[in-house]
Design a protein around this ligand. Structure first.
Ligand SMILES: C[S@@+](CC[C@H](N)C(=O)[O-])C[C@H]1O[C@@H](n2cnc3c(N)ncnc32)[C@H](O)[C@@H]1O
Length: 279
């Protein structure tokens, strides 16, 4: 099927499942951020991919929530960098990776990396990324068990990132995925974003308005609720109150705007770093 075209030639038309196509939301946000004079992060690969793809920009293009998403990603980058400073050859597993480019941002030359996502997303991802000795893509659901073996074959310690993914799963499925990680990888770090009921309702309204079929499936008033799956909270980071290591590096405009926005949003968007309990 022909796709759109521009000065660079035809764009690649993309057909993905309902949840899979939400990958364009953070991708477009990172691409837009990269065009700012003083960005929170630079992501030339996201700019390249967004320019090469014919995707439903009306639904998934950059919007007012872009900055929130970029901050969330930057917080997780900060945690992954800290992990790699301690464990330069450990393994990072990006669950529901989409077209994420964290490896490009944090690679230290020795980290091992696994990008996991559903088969149609990984097919798309393979158009832009290739496996290497240290970096591998796996096409599977987080709910399958088989991919865990590939992780075990990679050197520990482990850091699992599930950014913008678990909230789309049924609550019992998200619980099962987390419980299994804790059981198989005691001591591993796990980063997960969670959203309270109020925001879930807003997401449903916004998705209906924009004609987006994917809906968040569960809410969480306090990320510490996830401790019931054997996780221990290391750091709770509302995206409008990033960890100090990131806050001091933010562009001035962000540093000035974040405190009033934080008072307004009151921890609505939160990403949390957990450690899986040791046996
Ligand atoms: C909002 S996107 C987030 C992408 C990426 N984490 C990022 O921040 O750029 C959600 C991603 O979760 C993936 N996903 C949804 N259900 C999944 C499942 N059961 N197993 C693995 N990945 C899944 C989708 O394919 C999609 O890439």
């Amino acid at each position: 099927m022909p796709g759109m075209s521009d000065a660079h030639g035809p764009r690649l038309r993309v057909e993905l499942g309902a949840v899979q196509e939400t990958l364009f939301i953070p991708l477009a946000a990172r691409a837009r951020e990269s065009g700012r004079k003083r960005p929170v992060l630079r992501d030339p690969k996201a700019v390249e991919m967004i320019g090469a793809l014919d995707y439903p920009a009306d639904k998934y293009g950059p919007g007012p929530g872009s900055a929130i998403m970029v901050l969330r990603t930057a917080i997780v980058d900060t945690w992954v960098r800290a992990f790699l400073a301690e464990h330069p050859a450990g393994t990072v597993v990006e669950i529901g990776t989409g077209l994420n480019t964290r490896f490009e941002r944090v690679d230290n030359g020795t980290v091992h990396w696994i990008d996991l996502d559903l088969p149609d997303t990984i097919d798309l991802r393979r158009r832009f990324f290739t496996d290497t000795e240290r970096r591998k893509m796996i096409a599977a659901s987080v709910l399958d068990e088989t991919w865990l073996r590939s992780v075990e074959e990679s050197p520990g310690p482990y850091f699992f990132v599930a950014e913008g993914v678990l909230v789309y799963l049924a609550e019992e499925d998200a619980a099962e995925a987390l419980t299994r990680l804790v059981r198989r990888f005691p001591g591993a770090l796990v980063a997960v974003d969670t959203y309270p009921r109020r925001l879930l309702e807003q997401q449903h309204k916004q998705a209906a308005r924009k004609g987006m079929p994917a809906r968040w499936a569960w809410s969480c008033e306090d990320p510490r609720e996830l401790e019931r799956f054997g996780l221990r909270t290391v750091e709770v980071a509302p995206v409008t109150r990033p960890p100090r290591a990131l806050r001091t590096r933010l562009p001035l405009s962000y540093r000035l705007l974040l405190p009033p926005v934080d008072r307004l949003l009151r921890g609505l968007f939160t990403v949390t770093l957990f450690r899986a309990a040791s046996r």
